[in-house]
Design a protein around this ligand. Structure first.
Ligand SMILES: Nc1nc2c(ncn2[C@@H]2O[C@H](COP(=O)(O)OP(=O)(O)O)[C@@H](O)[C@H]2O)c(=O)[nH]1
Ligand SMILES: [Mg+2]
Length: 282
């Protein structure tokens, strides 16, 4: 949680721009084609005249260093477009699966004028579900597989999907994958105003991109007309505030720890539970 001086001033300056863009999360297993699809979606939205932002949430980058390199290569076609802003956020200080600076980054892009901002997750660990806390629309990207299709979608992720995309629809088993998804969805659905559609895409061939954009736009209109948009905004600021508090408490905690506390722990004269309680009581 190393922060440069002035970091919080910047956060405060950018916060008023929050809530302007449509935040779309792209989640799903690694290799399902999220980055490829994202690149297609960026092109589609550029054609519609929008400024586009994309943030890759990568909890693993701290270890692997270059997990997103492939993405960067894929994203190179947008490198010369000054109306597209792409960067990755290492989730080294993730709280609840989200990098603690994610909302700050989103607001900077909103201030820049991005009408739509994509959040791509690596699709590992907690980030898959956590992205829903920052997004207005969650697109779950999966692929036809040999096994039980639903198995490829982790527990808890079915509920967060507003849109289901079966990518790599050029592969066999695509129809079965779609059918399985649809029946799983019809089982799990409590009656909401929005029935998550299931789409097929071949991102490498740019097939199905327009239909995906249409559904993303349809979902945005649904959010606005149903009042769900406000609901999600509230959930987002709840998360944003929690992250800001967590950052503050982390810093404060660090500042309170003295050498003698470490010695007491090493010597087993106390334990982290008891000592943390005592130190935070002050
Ligand atoms: N056959 C096929 N391959 C695809 C398709 N979309 C993406 N891929 C390939 O799948 C691999 C993983 O794609 P990527 O976008 O990096 O997946 P991510 O990890 O979900 O971001 C790459 O080699 C892509 O070229 C598709 O529609 N069909
Ligand atoms: Mg990717």
């Amino acid at each position: 949680m190393e922060e440069s001086a002035g970091f919080e001033d910047l956060l405060r300056a950018f916060f008023p721009y929050g809530g302007r863009a449509h935040i779309v999360g792209l989640t799903g297993p690694p290799g399902s084609g999220k980055s490829t699809l994202l690149s297609r979606l960026i092109c589609g939205y550029r054609l519609r005249g929008l400024k586009v932002g994309a943030l890759a949430v990568d909890p693993s980058s701290v270890f692997s260093g270059g997990a997103l390199l492939g993405d960067r290569i894929r994203m190179q076609q947008h490198a010369l477009d000054s109306e597209v802003f792409i960067r990755s956020l290492a989730a080294r200080d993730a709280v609840g699966g989200l990098p603690s600076n994610i909302f700050g980054a989103i607001h900077v892009l909103e201030a820049f004028g991005c009408g739509i901002i994509f959040l791509e997750t690596v699709g590992a660990g907690q980030d898959e579900v956590a992205v829903a806390k920052a997004a207005d629309t969650v697109v779950l990207v999966t692929v036809p597989s040999l096994g039980d299709e639903i198995q490829a979608i982790k527990a808890g992720t079915m509920e967060i999907g507003d849109l289901f995309v079966v990518n790599k629809a050029d592969l066999a088993q695509k129809d079965r994958a779609i059918r399985d998804l649809q029946s799983a969805l019809s089982l799990g659905q409590v009656e909401r105003g929005w029935k998550p559609p299931v789409l097929a895409t071949v991102a490498v061939e740019d097939t199905g991109t327009e239909a995906a954009i249409e559904q993303i736009e349809k979902h945005r209109r649904y959010l606005k007309s149903s009042g769900e948009w406000k609901h999600r905004r509230r959930a987002q600021v709840l998360e944003e505030l929690t992250l800001a508090m967590a950052r503050r408490i982390y810093r404060r905690s660090r500042n309170r720890i003295r050498e003698k506390h470490l010695e007491a722990l090493v010597d087993k004269r106390t334990d982290p539970v008891a000592l943390s309680k005592k130190l935070l009581k002050k």
